[in-house]
Design a protein around this ligand. Structure first.
Ligand code: C5P
Length: 407
């Protein structure tokens, strides 16, 4: 059973059925659903955070007051980043707390803080399930719009028989499938992003390259994908991991990057953040070029590389929003305005690299230059700049409301 959602927050509470949530995580991961997890103190009596994390591939959070966890994620973000929150298995205790609005640990705090759909899959002894208090709490949750995955009847771990068994994995997946996928602002849009340096071979062991880390381009690809765009990330050699939900195309040279960019068309959005080598050796030696022991000079001819941004600007399938970067050391804005025109792009993000402080750094200060305007964006992390750029892209591409006044 395929789920509609891309990410969930799974809360595992204290029940002997906690181990079954591991199977659920495996099925979700098989479908590329990102799983973040919270293990309550009760849950941790039955399974370990390590077991959960080894399947989710993400940290398992346990402690509301852990500084590391807060710095890493923060309970509010944790509760809102996912498309849905699933409490599975849900003990009588966590159901009672949620029904009464208690927030005395990470799980209950996240449940109160979330603005996403919540699904609760109870698992408990049948008398606990049938107890008037539990039934009243379940009715309260239902009235709040929380979806309850009814427990099943049968033999219980405690040796008794009755209703209270944790629903099986296909039933839980079916419940998740019933959730409407969130409507993301760039859903249905195609984007291509170039990132990182290019390596232009000189001989089998040497190349001409540059210090681009790919951090900014990869952060843009990640933010576009998070906004729902279908992203092709064409990247030169970097140490940056491929962001979730992005299709990577790994290239070495400018020529390969251009071919991959043209291959990725048509696209609605293109962001050229790669630091493409301006030149390449006109001849690539098939053998390693030998050192000259006589001390004579060695020279080689460089020929210009294709300009990918410019090529996209002139392409028959030009993306409707074409964005470039301009790293300048002097007269930043003036050069950037000229570049906007010469490359035929819609926006240029310009930054001053005179201090040599941008490559590999986490922070960046940019101006956004369009044909009509120049805005200075405050210094921010490359991630925050990527997010701001994507917010601007969303704003620009959103259908404009028509003036219906016919006066
Ligand atoms: O010309 P300059 O290198 O300053 O322009 C920077 C912008 O052009 C960046 O967006 C960069 O990714 C793009 N570019 C390109 N292909 C080149 C050179 C630059 O796409 N060969």
């Amino acid at each position: 059973m395929r789920t509609n959602i891309r990410s969930i927050l799974l809360i595992i509470s204290g029940s002997v059925a906690a181990y079954k949530s591991l199977e659920l995580i495996r099925r979700l991961r098989e479908q590329d659903v990102q799983v973040h997890s919270i293990l309550t103190a009760g849950g941790a009596e039955f399974i370990t955070p390590l077991a959960v994390s080894s399947l989710t591939g993400t940290p398992t959070y346990t402690d509301l007051f852990s500084l590391r966890d807060e710095v890493d994620m923060g309970h509010i973000r944790l509760s809102r980043e996912a498309d849905a929150v699933l409490v599975a298995p849900a003990s009588a205790d966590i159901i009672a707390k949620l029904a009464n609005g208690m927030a005395n640990d990470l799980a209950t705090t996240a449940l109160l803080a979330t603005d996403k759909p919540v699904i609760v899959a109870p698992a408990m002894n049948h008398r606990m399930w049938e107890h008037a208090s539990t039934q009243r709490n379940i009715a309260t949750l239902r009235a709040q719009g929380i979806h309850i995955v009814e427990p099943e009847s049968g033999d219980m771990a405690c040796g008794e028989t009755g209703k209270g068994r944790f629903a099986d994995t296909p039933t839980l997946l079916a419940a998740l499938n019933g959730i409407e996928p969130p409507s993301l602002p760039l859903a249905g849009k195609k984007a291509l992003v170039t990132s990182g340096p290019t390596y232009e071979p000189v001989d089998p062991v040497r190349f001409i390259g540059n210090r681009s880390s790919g951090k900014q381009g990869h952060a843009i690809a990640a933010a576009l994908a998070q906004a729902g765009a279908e992203v092709t990330l064409i990247t030169g050699p970097t140490h940056e991991p491929t962001p979730a939900g992005v299709v990577p195309v790994h290239v070495q040279t400018a020529e390969d990057m251009l071919a991959a960019a043209e291959e990725a068309l048509p696209a609605d959005i293109a962001v050229c953040a790669a630091a493409v080598s301006d030149w390449r050796p006109d001849v690539v030696s098939a053998q390693k070029i030998k050192k000259i022991d006589t001390g004579e000079e060695f020279s080689m001819n460089l020929i210009p590389n294709p300009d990918i941004l410019k090529a996209l600007g002139q392409h028959a399938q030009r993306p409707s929003l074409l964005i470039g970067f301009a790293a300048e050391t002097n007269d930043v804005l003036e050069h950037a305005k000229q570049k906007l025109a010469s490359k035929g792009c819609d926006w240029l993000l310009a930054n001053d690299v005179s201090g040599g402080q941008v490559f590999s750094e986490d922070n960046n200060t940019v101006w956004r230059i369009t044909r009509q305007s120049t805005d200075a964006w405050p210094t921010a992390s490359k991630r925050a700049i990527a997010q701001k750029l994507v917010d601007e892209i969303i704003f620009t591409l959103q259908p404009k409301t028509q003036d219906t006044h016919h006066g």
